[in-house]
Design a protein around this ligand. Sequence first.
Ligand code: FAD
Length: 470
Amino acid sequence: MIAIHWFRQDLRIADNPSLLSAIESGHLLPIFILDEVNNPENARGGASKLWLHHSLNALNKALDGNLRVYSGDAKAIIMQLCDEHNISKVCWNRCYEGWRRERDGIIKAQLKARSIEAESFNGSLLWEPWTIVKGDGTPYKVFTPFFKNGCLNAPEPSQPLSAPTNIQYASGDFGSLNSVNDLNLQPTIDWDKVMLEHWQIDEQGALDRLKRFAEEGVSNYKEGRNLPAHEWTSKLSPYMHWGLISPRTVWHSANMMGDDENVYTFKSELGWREFSYSLLYFNPDMQWANINKKFDAFPWEKDTTLIDAWQRGQTGYPIIDAGMRELWQTGYMHNRVRMIVGSFLVKNLLQHWHHGEKWFWDTLFDADFASNSASWQWVAGCGADAAPYFRIFNPVTQGEKFDPDGEYTRRWVPELAELPKKYLYQPWEAPPMMLQAAGVKLGENYPQPIVDLKASRERALAAFKSMRTD
Ligand SMILES: Cc1cc2nc3c(=O)[nH]c(=O)nc-3n(C[C@H](O)[C@H](O)[C@H](O)COP(=O)(O)OP(=O)(O)OC[C@H]3O[C@@H](n4cnc5c(N)ncnc54)[C@H](O)[C@@H]3O)c2cc1C
């Protein structure tokens, strides 16, 4: 008998409960389906697809070339496999987006109607969202009680499972595509080479990152996580999004790193990931609908020139431009800088958070339906437990505070490399002689600021007030 394990966001061999269950139930048929039919409006962005391409190739290698890949409607593909082959069981690790839960529910029912066993597992979260709820059964809306009273009082996540050995594979013609290349996940124009230099996209790459974090990052994490010039965070997010490493592996490794406030802070960040999934589970329309409905009346403006300058890292505010260029060139942006560029877009530029969410969805390697929408709503002030709208980050003082030596900003905005620290975050204030000595020509090789900070801040506060009185 053949048992299918359907890989989705669990592209790993280690600590994969569904994969182990399939292996125990029969000859393994490992499959991956690129399903853009059931969610055309939420198709993966370019960076995400690139990561997926490389992850699938690595996974196929780990499975001795036995991974079968498909493109199309997952419901139809799985039913066809079941109708044409001797399949006894189909299993997968759960995903939490509304459209996927709906689709997977249909698949489960269709398999049961064919008397084929269907089983799903938790392979992507520390705790299932429906298990971390308040005493009265309602979901948490604030992070701290969610993490402290909910997560930390729940049973400790179980230890990670070992990777299987000696897998017996199903053989035959299963109508799959010839190779991962046939999924056409790679860009047609050549923008990926520089990005890929920053990452080793396989399970070992994730373990190496974790090891490096344990050796170099965690001892200073509580403070160091705010300083983008240094690699003091784990940079595990794309690996965790695609499941090249399981959250349980990360959590239990963190337990081995000690018991101090740095480790606690790191575990609480894993908690923010769980919180985002809880929000998504209980607010399936969170990607487009404000959690705080009051914001439905917010007077957003739409100016594509401003959005374009923000996307390209040409706003004239060096810390913003550094972040947006880091994103474009590496598929990643430091969390502190994500918060600063987010605040700038929705507050100083007064553009809807949807524009930021969509750009990040397309350009981040770790683009994640739950964490991305929850974080954008947090930045905009319309989410659960969100940053208050009236707290507007000042990109000059944020740069001075979190990149005090200017190392990060100079790395990504090289045209300002020679500008002294005093003016690095506000080049328009520098004396002309100094600009000239640093080779900076404002409006020519580096832009003038696209908005005035004081005026745009006042405009944002007025917009916020108008919404409250509406
Ligand atoms: C506007 C905005 C958009 C974001 N979009 C995404 C996204 O699409 N995907 C994504 O994974 N994260 C997103 N984040 C959260 C956060 O920025 C990244 O998870 C973090 O920067 C990843 O770097 P790291 O792996 O070094 O994190 P670390 O500091 O090492 O944290 C460890 C892990 O905890 C999780 N985590 C950390 N912070 C958060 C957070 N605030 N929310 C949820 N999970 C968190 C991640 O899985 C991360 O890998 C966003 C944040 C903002 C402000």
